[in-house]
Design a protein around this ligand. Sequence first.
Ligand code: SF4
Length: 92
Amino acid sequence: MTSLTRLFTTIDVAADRGLEVPCVREDEGLWFSDDPRDIERAKTLCQRCAVRHECLTGATERGDTGVWGAELLERGRISNRRVLRKARSSPE
Ligand code: SF4
């Protein structure tokens, strides 16, 4: 079972038990937005998530980018920036 599959299973179990998992019911675009207001909103929502620590641990292991576990990650590293760095396109 991959880390992401394990996280989705954990989220499903938590949600089935009525525990708070905000990204299940909110617009998931908030967690991957380039807008600093969306990023702050996602981080705030994550604060009350029942699986926050598992989420952050898995995302750092996978090298994910976006808001996970109430932190903004860039390739698995916690970023202190308020926006995601845009990926540069390679010249053709
Ligand atoms: S910590 Fe945030 S991104 Fe992770 S499962 Fe909870 S609400 Fe979703």
